[in-house]
Design a protein around this ligand. Structure first.
Ligand SMILES: Cc1cc2nc3c(=O)[nH]c(=O)nc-3n(C[C@H](O)[C@H](O)[C@H](O)COP(=O)(O)OP(=O)(O)OC[C@H]3O[C@@H](n4cnc5c(N)ncnc54)[C@H](O)[C@@H]3O)c2cc1C
Length: 397
């Protein structure tokens, strides 16, 4: 047990060192606040993700003066999205990058999250990891967290107390549940996973996968996204991220990937570095209560289908920081502003949830694929206008 009296005081404490937590910590530290951040994973831990940063996330990072260091850890640009229909035909191939409009970025989460953590620490944030945070008490307008170091560090548990605890601890947020912000129906039964594909040469050839392309596939059990990297000194590496429906026939990641890629020569594919995420969907009842504020996935699920999760995590963290700045601290008015700003993020998440439903509905997906196939035969100018419309909608603009 942490010794009584050893309670460290901060102006804000952030739980979770993902994109949401790090952006919140950086923003609050830049306001001059004394901030601490904790993550239960070691520095450089990977995260279940498609590793694609949405183009709008790049604009947001640029406004925070954070784009340069992120570009330095990216492995490439994403310039095109392609999708196959249920019969295995390529039905849509839409450019993400146009003249004067940038594409997205491909960046692995171990590198991205490590960089963001380092940037937070460089702003003066006290960072502790690997260590798990639990909400111990809420007394009046302050909360106390217990910080339990893990691994072989042998470090003693600590207690942190602050008038603002930012829970950026992801889907199924433990802090949200401990603070009573999530009801019994907050969590669904779907899940996602990400993995590297081994023996994927046949699939790469059949689907014409290449660096810069985000390749989507849909089947009755869910959908699969593939991106690849071409190292200078080895074979092409394919990274897969999937959304698995509740009740899907093959719920093991390997079985799911094999069933999705079997027709493309992927019947024997093996996976490595598999990571899962859930519960999906996840929607807490409140995003702020007393000293606790939720940001990122902890505040509500953003479907991975359009690769906007990190963008939404950045937006909600920046919204929280602006609320604190506007009201010079975490006051009831600041909480109200956070709530209003969160509604915008929640609306964007609803749009993406609609895309997810359409994508996973056999009928709607077939109609969408048909429209996209017909559009490929339009003359150049109207086809480009149509593609821009689709991309604009996917980008949420
Ligand atoms: C299959 C899949 C593919 C995806 N693909 C993309 C994509 O290509 N592009 C995109 O933008 N988004 C994608 N997403 C969504 C994206 O991963 C999330 O939206 C994003 O990571 C949310 O960031 P966050 O900071 O809110 O939470 P997270 O990134 O989940 O970070 C939460 C952190 O909290 C820590 N934590 C949890 N509990 C505790 C605790 N008690 N104490 C201390 N630390 C704790 C965890 O270790 C973790 O580091 C995908 C999601 C899935 C499931």
């Amino acid at each position: 047990m942490p010794r009584e009296g050893l309670v460290e005081s901060f102006e804000a404490v952030v739980v979770g060192g993902g994109p949401g937590g790090c952006l919140a910590a950086i923003g609050l530290a830049r306001l001059g606040m004394r901030v601490a951040i904790v993550d239960r994973g070691p520095l450089g831990r990977d995260k279940c993700c498609g590793h694609c940063l949405h183009p709008s996330a790049l604009r947001l990072l640029a406004r925070q003066d954070l784009l340069e260091p992120i570009l330095a850890v990216a492995s490439g640009e994403t310039v095109e999205v392609a999708s196959h229909d249920l019969l295995g035909r390529r039905s849509a191939s839409v450019p993400l990058k146009f003249e004067g409009v940038s594409g997205g970025l491909q960046v692995s989460r171990d590198r991205l999250d490590r960089r963001l953590w380092e940037l937070a620490c460089a702003e003066g944030v006290e960072g502790v990891r690997p260590a798990a945070a639990t909400l111990e008490a809420i007394d009046g307008d302050h909360a106390t967290l217990r910080i339990d170091p893990s691994g072989d560090s042998g470090a003693e548990p600590r207690r942190w107390r602050a008038p603002l605890v930012v829970a950026a601890d992801g889907l199924g947020s433990g802090i949200a549940r401990q603070a009573g912000l999530a009801g019994r129906v907050a969590a669904g039964r779907g899940f996602g996973f990400a993995a590297k594909l081994l023996d994927a040469e046949a699939v790469v050839e059949a689907l014409a996968i290449k660096p810069g392309l985000i390749q989507g596939l849909t089947g009755p059990g869910g959908c699969l996204g593939l991106v690849c990297e071409q190292p200078t000194d080895g074979p092409i590496q394919v990274h897969a991220a999937a959304l698995v429906r509740p009740g899907a026939e093959s719920r093991s990641p390997q079985g799911f990937v094999r069933s999705m890629l079997g027709a493309f020569g992927g019947a024997e594919i093996r996976l490595k570095s598999t990571l899962a995420a859930g519960p999906m969907p996840w929607r807490p009842q409140l995003v702020a209560k007393g000293p606790i504020a939720l940001v990122g996935d902890a505040a509500g699920y953003s479907s991975p289908i359009t690769g906007e999760g990190m963008l939404r995590a950045f937006e909600s963290a920046i919204g929280l920081v602006e609320a604190v700045e506007q009201h010079r601290g975490w006051t009831a008015d600041a909480a109200a502003v956070h709530l209003i700003r969160h509604r915008r993020v929640a609306w964007a998440n609803r749009r993406v949830a609609f895309v997810e439903r359409a994508w996973l509905s056999t009928e709607l997906f077939a109609i969408g694929c048909g429209v996209m196939r017909v559009a490929q035969h339009l003359p150049n100018a109207p086809r480009k206008r149509f593609e821009r419309l689709v991309v604009g909608w996917v980008r949420g603009r």
